[in-house]
Design a protein around this ligand. Sequence first.
Ligand code: ADP
Ligand code: MG
Length: 253
Amino acid sequence: MSAPVIQLRDLAKTYQTGGVSVAAVRGVTLDIRRGDFVAVMGASGSGKSTLMNTLGCLDQPTRGNYLLNGVGVAGLDRRQLAELRNRQLGFVFQSFNLLARTSALENVELPMLYAMPVISRRERRQRAIAALARVGLAERHDHFPSQLSGGQQQRVAIARALVNRPELVLADEPTGNLDSRTSIEIMGLFQELNASGMTLVMVTHELDVAAYCQRIIVMRDGEILRDTRNENPRSAAAEIRALDQAERRASHN
Ligand code: ADP
Ligand code: MG
């Protein structure tokens, strides 16, 4: 079997601010295999974002080891980390983080501008078009974020996260700003991407949302409290079909 995408060994992160030290993550050991779909849950302040920032190579741990795809992250310099982030990781955020005066297509092209080796303008365009089609937004290339719904903006952000064909997608509360139906649609998109082999780790506050994932990790006070397989994940596609049917019945009455 291939090495896990993520191997964490006794990982810890302590912040020092104004003479006070906060142990945000306190000795986490964890493997995540290729093709897994993991929810990270826990109360506010339990260390979820700190853990995600470490996984995303946005922040260095103060102790322990992190192997991404078998490669130790600790030894890399800033430039190597930036390259690794760009090539192997995709990020999705609660607030979408799209550039406002930039079309959907250009937002998706952005991560390819910094890719090494260089990707030609023509290929950037083709790949962005394909990524937008993959998230169901083929008709929205020229729209600015302000002309898109929240769910559509999140789809653009997901297309942007996918466009460099990352090893791993990290999402911090990706449905936090969406209504319940749109949240199910976004979880359906994640389930589709996962079914096609993408490894996903997402933070969520809501058990309802975590129920679509294959594995649920609960953090408390910077440690893993529970790590369980979800034997029977909810199916977003089935739920959307049921919602559509109910709507059709309602409109016939
Ligand atoms: P969660 O995402 O689960 O809400 P965080 O990882 O954001 O938790 O925070 C964990 C702990 O670390 C909290 O006590 C928080 O105040 C602290 N913390 C997070 N980021 C920083 C930082 N940049 N500087 C100092 N303390 C921080
Ligand atoms: Mg957080």
